[in-house]
Write a protein that binds this ligand. Structure first.
Ligand SMILES: [Zn+2]
Length: 111
């Protein structure tokens, strides 16, 4: 199984789709499904139903409404933003002291 080079709290840039060029912080990654959730990207308004039994007074236990949420997008649609050069980049690897480090393919800085 391929390991993902993008981790939670990384800054990424969207490289395709309607949010192309947008940057955001990774809030969730599902490596097994190649999915990533990025703050402010692929936002969707979700309509929620009022659920739960009503109390005697008639007020709902949980209010329905519209909430803003992010959707999972494919990992291949984003690139990691390098902290050193500030550009979206592919990620290379370097073994350093026996530990695999991520490096920027543009400036070769460790990410
Ligand atoms: Zn760089």
């Amino acid at each position: 199984m391929p390991a993902t080079d993008i981790r939670k709290n990384d800054e990424v840039q969207v490289i395709t789709g309607k949010d192309r060029g947008r940057r955001g912080r990774v809030v969730n990654v599902v490596p097994s499904r190649n999915r990533v959730m990025v703050e402010g990207v692929a936002r969707a308004k979700k309509h929620t139903r009022t659920t739960g039994k009503r109390s005697k007074s008639g007020s709902a236990l949980q209010q329905g409404g519209i909430i803003d949420t992010e959707l999972f997008i494919d990992l291949s649609n984003v690139q990691l933003v390098c902290r050193a050069c500030g550009k979206a980049t592919r990620v290379g690897h370097r073994i350093q002291d026996g530990v695999k480090a991520r490096v920027c393919m543009r400036c070769e800085a460790e990410i």
